[in-house]
Design a protein around this ligand. Structure first.
Ligand SMILES: Cc1cc2nc3c(=O)[nH]c(=O)nc-3n(C[C@H](O)[C@H](O)[C@H](O)COP(=O)(O)O)c2cc1C
Length: 195
């Protein structure tokens, strides 16, 4: 776990700095108990009316993985095909309590993904989310109902050696930095910058 390159301006839970999105994975299977803990962490995410609108489609058999790989953009497939687990994150766009649109479903699913990604690191694994996939194809191939939004495909497993990647991806295999906190926070009123 390489968090040397990430320094926070204020102290935070170390898992937050350890998490990043590598592209090189080993094909070592993810043990059942680790996968369960990772999905369990996401289960405890907060959600509007405690609706828990998200659902994870887990692909880890060869047939299931191939079905998911087929919907990925080629630029993602070239590296994600090594990952032993692929997850597809979908979320119910309608409240089950009253059938009205749930405009917070994406907010809730995103939070669940964040929990999942942090627990993955705690389990010695990495999770890399991808928006680069064919949504219509995913809906058809994975049998996803129309009232579920499809947010991301997530590659998960142990980090692999950089040399396993195509050359152009090797140089990008690094944890990234962040904008300044003052670019993300404003006090009292909306402002472009400034705490
Ligand atoms: C919704 C979403 C979509 C993303 N789509 C892709 C993608 O299609 N391909 C890819 O390689 N990375 C993708 N990423 C990874 C981001 O590029 C990455 O999280 C970001 O650069 C920050 O880097 P870090 O996760 O290593 O901290 C995506 C991340 C998110 C959250």
């Amino acid at each position: 776990m390489d968090n040397e390159k990430r320094k926070s301006d204020h102290p935070v839970n170390p898992l937050i700095l350890m998490r990043w999105s590598p592209r090189s994975f080993t094909s070592a299977p993810v043990p059942e108990e680790k996968l369960n803990s990772i999905l369990e962490a996401a289960r405890w995410a907060p959600s509007c009316f405690n609706e828990q609108p998200w659902k994870w489609i887990v692909a880890r058999t060869e047939a299931d993985r191939q079905r998911v790989l087929e919907v990925l953009a080629e630029t993602n497939r070239v590296w994600a095909d090594k990952a032993p687990v692929l997850l597809v994150l979908v979320s119910h766009t309608v409240f089950s309590r009253n059938g009205k649109p749930n405009r917070w479903n994406g907010f809730d699913a995103g939070c669940a993904w964040g929990y999942l990604a942090l627990e993955a690191v705690r389990q010695g694994l990495y999770a890399h989310a991808m928006g680069g996939f064919d949504k219509a194809k995913a809906r058809a191939v994975l049998n996803i109902p129309e009232d579920y939004e499809i947010y991301a495909v997530i590659a998960m497993g142990e980090q692999g050696p950089e040399e396993n990647l195509p050359e152009e991806l090797q140089e990008r295999e690094l944890p990234s930095d962040r904008k300044a906190l003052s670019d993300m926070v404003c006090e009292g009123l909306y402002r472009e910058t400034g705490l």
